[in-house]
Write a protein that binds this ligand. Structure first.
Ligand SMILES: Cc1cc2nc3c(=O)[nH]c(=O)nc-3n(C[C@H](O)[C@H](O)[C@H](O)COP(=O)(O)OP(=O)(O)OC[C@H]3O[C@@H](n4cnc5c(N)ncnc54)[C@H](O)[C@@H]3O)c2cc1C
Length: 562
């Protein structure tokens, strides 16, 4: 990624075909789609890439089994096709995981799931590709993945995959497949591809208004948070991809015109636990949570990730904290299902995100657009896209760029279905630089690096090879390297310790109790400081700032009870 200063210079000196507001998965997708069709593209993100909902998802690339309950068949099918395509385009970053729906003790198997899973299987087998030849070529590719049909597995296999269930004597489980990823890394990877097609991005810069020419949108006015300076990005097309903030860009246009209603968000909370505390080691598990609701317990980055809740939220959407009542709801569901006695003190992290619900003014008639993408074109020509899913980013992006192409009468078909995301690599493909041996790295580091960066992990390894103390882990017992903080600052526009701990790595929500004070994050602040020219006082200040960020984000519920 270009450095911030180079990106800012390029943005202010050139005119663009498209400027995208918002650096979540939707904005990143639009940037890639537009750039790969030959548009010149600039993208402006107010805070950090993926800081909004795109870092706060359940990290699943999935069809959404539960949407079948509402007969959202088109939506599920579309998402399943995207799931399959994502595994092919980013095999290092999007991977299949077995999911279990267990039956415990003498309980009867819930046959309704069998009906849903049969439908899920049928929808997932639809093959991806424009022509038969294309499909055959895909299927013969080495990394081709198609999910096996769901099946029923016996109790002993269930406890092997999910040892947390051993005391509950499961008699059987339905097993089906969905996929997982790291949502932030998906955003960064899509941005990386967009950059290869010439797109430029800058974070920490807020769009404050639309520029106009002859009544039409002609770019955006921005404020650079780092310098406080105003700057303008001139562009023929403006895309508003600001998720739950979508109605704050030109509210008089986006909200008042046509039937675009106000967004009223709903909060989803997740918690993390160590796999020793909740051993869901070999499969994800669907856990009943009362009133016909379910939650997930997923293995993720060597931890257990549990979520999610879904409650109306009227707080500040810039800082969405997990609420203690949501956390207790998740823990109650786990305790009841796994027969445990977990409390907030057992948590290794927590986070919350908001879904956009469209409010009609009548609370009983709010429309859930959190799954279905909505594209609005308003009088200035501004294109606003919101809703949808992490899984369906490519389709949302295509919808936006198709509209741009249509209104300009261009001939430019979407290409993103054929663009690999990042250079995929297995741990064996990662050559260690001279002088650095695998034994010098924390356990699991190569696997994690290959997952997170693909072949680009060689950049991290080179830094660790050049300066061996950077090959050490950020947190003892975790494979994330201090060298990653260097790469985050050098190549990924990370500007704060929070950017590294919450997004470039996910340690902030996976190992929060080990990152409680400024001293614990000093190696990260020092590594970043070396890149960003921070002096000793600034390094100390940045490490201290992390403690504030962690508190504001509510990542460490265990701190309150310790
Ligand atoms: C709890 C929860 C769990 C979910 N789990 C899943 C899942 O497992 N799988 C799945 O497929 N989907 C999931 N989703 C949905 C998915 O996360 C979202 O659809 C997706 O992340 C939305 O991305 P976005 O880019 O539209 O919005 P965001 O990621 O919120 O991005 C919007 C960006 O715009 C920026 N911005 C706002 N205002 C301005 C401005 N004025 N100037 C510049 N920038 C601005 C923000 O800082 C932000 O970065 C989940 C959602 C929630 C809430």
């Amino acid at each position: 990624m270009l450095s911030r200063s180079d990106a800012l210079e390029a943005m202010t000196s050139d005119r663009f075909d498209v400027v995208v507001i918002g650096g979540g998965i939707t904005g990143a997708g639009v940037a890639l789609d537009a750039a790969s069709r030959g548009y010149s593209v600039a993208l402006v993100e107010r805070d950090d890439y993926a800081v909004g909902t795109s870092s706060r998802s359940s990290k699943m690339v999935h069809g959404g089994l539960r949407y079948l309950q509402n007969f959202d068949l088109g939506l599920v099918r579309e998402a399943l096709l995207e799931r399959q395509l994502m595994v092919q385009l980013a095999p290092h970053l999007v991977y299949p995981t077995p999911f279990l729906i267990p039956t415990l003790g003498d309980d009867r198997r819930d046959r309704r799931y069998s009906v849903g899973l049969n439908m899920y299987d049928v929808m997932a087998t639809t093959r991806v590709g424009r022509s038969r030849r294309d499909r055959q070529a895909r299927e013969q590719a080495e990394d081709y993945w198609a999910p096996d049909r769901h099946r029923t597995i016996p109790g002993d296999e269930v406890t092997e995959l999910v040892p947390a269930l051993a005391s509950q004597k499961p008699s059987s489980a339905y097993l089906f497949y969905d996929c997982q990823t790291d949502d932030v890394r998906l955003v960064l990877t899509v941005l990386g591809e967009a950059e290869r097609f010439g797109a430029v991005f800058v974070n920490d810069a807020e769009v404050t208004g639309l520029l106009e020419k002859g009544g039409g949108a002609d770019g955006v006015a921005c404020v650079d948070a780092a310098s406080g300076e105003r700057f303008e990005v001139r562009a023929d097309n403006v895309v508003n991809a600001t998720g739950v903030w979508a109605d704050r860009i030109r509210p008089e246009e986006v909200v008042d015109e046509e039937d675009v209603p106000r967004i009223s968000p709903s909060r989803g909370t997740h918690v993390t636990l160590s796999l020793e505390t909740l051993p869901v080691t070999g499969a994800a598990c669907i856990v009943p949570a009362g009133e016909q609701r379910t939650i997930f317990a997923l293995p993720w980055y060597g931890s257990a990730l549990v979520g999610t809740t879904d409650n109306d939220y009227d707080g500040d959407i810039a800082h969405v904290e997990p609420s203690m009542s949501d956390i207790e709801y998740l823990l109650d569901a786990l305790n009841s299902f796994f027969e445990l006695t977990l409390g907030p003190g057992d948590l290794t992290g927590a986070y919350a995100g908001v879904r956009p619900l469209i409010s009609t003014g009548d609370p009983r008639k709010s429309v859930d657009i959190s799954r279905k993408a909505e594209l609005y074109e308003t009088s200035s020509g501004l294109l606003t896209i919101t809703g949808g899913k992490l899984t369906t980013w490519r389709r949302m992006a295509r919808q936006v760029v198709d509209r741009m192409v249509e209104r300009e009468g261009r001939e430019a078909p979407c290409r993103t279905g054929d663009i690999p995301l990042g250079m995929s690599a297995s741990p064996d493909d990662l050559e260690l630089p001279e002088g650095l041996a695998e034994a010098d790295l924390p356990e699991g580091a190569l696997d994690q690096l290959a997952f997170r960066y693909g072949y680009a992990a060689r950049n991290v390894l080179k830094v660790a090879g050049d300066q061996r103390d950077l090959a050490a882990p950020i947190v003892d017992g975790r494979p994330d390297l201090i060298a990653e903080a260097v790469i985050a600052a050098r190549l990924e526009q990370a500007r704060s310790v929070g950017d590294v701990l919450l997004r470039r790595t996910r340690l902030g929500v996976l190992a929060a109790p080990q990152l409680r004070d400024a001293t614990s994050v000093m190696p990260v602040a020092e590594a970043m400081g070396g890149e960003l020219g921070w002096d000793k006082r600034r390094i100390k200040r940045e490490a201290e700032a992390w403690v504030e960020i962690a508190r504001a984000e509510g990542v460490d519920p265990a701190a309150a009870v310790s």
